[in-house]
Write a protein that binds this ligand. Structure first.
Ligand SMILES: Nc1ncnc2c1ncn2[C@@H]1O[C@H](COP(=O)(O)OP(=O)(O)OP(=O)(O)O)[C@@H](O)[C@H]1O
Ligand SMILES: Nc1ccn([C@@H]2O[C@H](COP(=O)(O)O)[C@@H](O)[C@H]2O)c(=O)n1
Length: 209
């Protein structure tokens, strides 16, 4: 049996990160949140003398645990540098090596099933309506104490969706062989159960308790 490589893509707040973490824990696999790489590049370009391309080439210098990378502003800034082809090219090798380690892996992002691991045996494209995603992100921001309003969250998310889907370089899109998981009316447990059923239909099961 080939190593279990799970490629998860989808728009902002669709729930792909939550699903990726749960699947990684369930199957005891390493997990890469690839959005953090683009967030780190944007942060370095704004706070150091590096260009986005240089920051992407110096990825090992990035602190992916920096809480500043988790804000909505960081997500917007990430989606701007993510449209630069050389930034994407400079992040490719690290992601491909992460994906192809012997243990298998879970990666989530926008181009995982299409560009980073088109050979993954399991590809999941997670979606949810814009309304559901705005509600989730708004609640998340409020819980973190951010001062925001829903119309702003909506406008920013719609803009990020457009930028990520319409850019020429590796746009957000489902791989032809991806399983489409619409989580608009599912909680995180139901999304996890649906993903597990799909993965087991591909012949993969977790080995332990
Ligand atoms: N199926 C679900 N139903 C309801 N809420 C969910 C679901 N999945 C995740 N959430 C919640 O929605 C929010 C966004 O989820 P998550 O961070 O997983 O999305 P994401 O697609 O990785 O977003 P981003 O690309 O912006 O990082 C979180 O607060 C999470 O707890
Ligand atoms: N594989 C990826 C992952 C992310 N991006 C860009 O980064 C932005 C932030 O991503 P989050 O998942 O952390 O929200 C996102 O809007 C994309 O522009 C990407 O291009 N490819």
């Amino acid at each position: 049996m080939k190593p279990l490589l799970i490629a998860i893509d989808g728009p902002a707040a669709s729930g792909k990160g939550t699903l990726a973490k749960r699947l990684a824990a369930h199957f005891k696999l390493p997990h890469l949140d690839s959005g953090l790489l683009y967030r780190a590049v944007a942060w370095a370009a704004a706070h150091t003398s590096r260009t986005p391309e240089e920051a992407a080439a110096a990825l090992e210098a990035a602190d992916l645990d920096n809480p500043a990378l988790r804000t909505d502003e960081a997500g917007q800034a990430a989606s701007k540098v993510a449209a630069i082809p050389q930034v994407r090219a400079n992040l490719l090798k690290f992601q491909k090596e992460f994906a192809h380690q012997a243990s298998g892996a879970v990666l989530d992002g926008r181009d995982i099933g299409t560009v980073i691991c088109p050979d993954a045996p399991v590809k999941i494209f997670v979606t949810a309506s814009l309304e559901a995603r705005v509600e989730r992100r708004y609640q998340e921001l409020r819980e973190r104490g951010a001062d925001t309003i829903k119309p702003r969250v909506l406008a920013e998310m719609a803009e990020r969706d457009r930028r990520d889907s319409e850019r020429a370089a590796s746009p957000l899109k489902a791989a032809p062989d991806a399983y489409h998981l619409d989580t608009s009316d599912m909680d995180a447990d139901a999304a996890f159960a649906a993903a597990l059923a799909f993965i087991s239909s591909k012949g993969f099961r977790s080995s332990g308790p």
